[in-house]
Unconditional design. Structure first.
Length: 212
C-alpha cells in the first residue's frame, strides 16, 4: 500500500500514534515509526522520509500551528504535490478552523477520540482513490559493470518499451506493450529504492513501472 509520512506536534503524539497504528493495520507503511529516537542527523532523515512518502497526513492543532517543523513539512509537501503528486491529507482537531494556507485542500476532521476508526476509513479511501502506487526497479552497480547492466536492461526491454524522452541521467520509464496495461511517463528518477523525486546518480539504473 502507500508510504505515509505523519506530521504532528510533540504534544499530539498519542493521537498521531493512534492514527499510525490503524493506518498500519490497513496495510500502509511509515518509514520512521512515531516516537522513535532517530540517531544521527535526524533532520535529514525526516526530510528523506517525507520526500519518499506517497502521502502526508498532518494533524492540525493549536500546538502544530505553532510548530516550525510541522509547518515546514506542510510547505515541503505542497512542493512535492506539484512536482510528483504527493497527496496532502490535513486532519483538523477540535474546533480548529481551516488555515488559509490549506484553504484549497480538502481537510478531514477529528473532534473526538472515538472517531479515529471512522477517520482512518476516510483517509484510507482517499489514499486508495487518489494515489497510483508505482512499482520501481533499481539496478545499483559499479561503473565498470555497466556492460552487464546494459545487458540486463536489454532483457527487460524485451517486455517493456523504454520511453527515454522522459528520462534523466540513467532513469527510465518502461511502458508495457505485451500486457493489457497502460503506463504513464515519468520525468523523475530515484535512487536507493525510495519513492522520491530525484534523479539517480551515475552508477544507478532506474526503471519505473507505472501501472494505471
Amino acid at each position: 500500500m502507500a508510504n505515509i509520512f505523519l506530521s504532528h506536534a510533540w504534544a499530539d503524539l498519542p493521537t498521531a500514534q493512534a492514527l499510525e497504528n490503524r493506518l498500519l493495520d490497513k496495510g500502509h507503511k511509515t518509514r520512521i515509526p512515531l516516537g522513535t529516537a532517530v540517531a544521527g542527523n535526524w533532520r535529514t532523515k525526516y526530510a528523506k522520509a517525507l520526500a519518499a512518502a506517497d502521502a502526508l497526513v498532518v494533524l492540525i492543532t493549536n500546538a502544530s500551528l505553532q510548530s516550525k517543523n510541522v509547518l515546514g513539512e506542510i510547505g515541503a509537501a505542497r512542493v512535492l504535490e506539484q512536482l510528483r503528486g504527493m497527496l496532502l491529507l490535513p486532519v483538523l482537531t477540535d474546533d480548529i478552523g481551516i488555515p488559509e494556507f490549506l484553504s484549497d485542500i480538502y481537510c478531514f476532521r477529528l473532534t473526538r477520540s472515538d472517531q479515529v476508526d471512522t477517520l482512518v476509513e476516510e483517509l484510507d479511501k482517499a489514499i486508495v482513490d487518489n494515489i497510483k502506487l508505482i512499482p520501481r526497479i533499481f539496478i545499483s552497480h559499479r561503473h565498470k559493470d555497466e556492460p552487464i547492466v546494459a545487458a540486463l536492461a536489454a532483457l527487460i526491454e524485451q517486455a517493456f518499451y523504454v520511453d527515454r524522452r522522459h528520462s534523466l541521467h540513467v532513469g527510465a520509464t518502461l511502458h508495457a506493450h505485451s500486457r493489457r496495461a497502460n503506463f504513464r511517463p515519468s520525468t523523475n528518477g530515484d535512487r536507493g529504492g525510495g519513492i522520491g523525486n530525484r534523479c539517480p546518480q551515475p552508477g544507478h539504473f532506474g526503471i519505473q513501472l507505472c501501472a494505471l
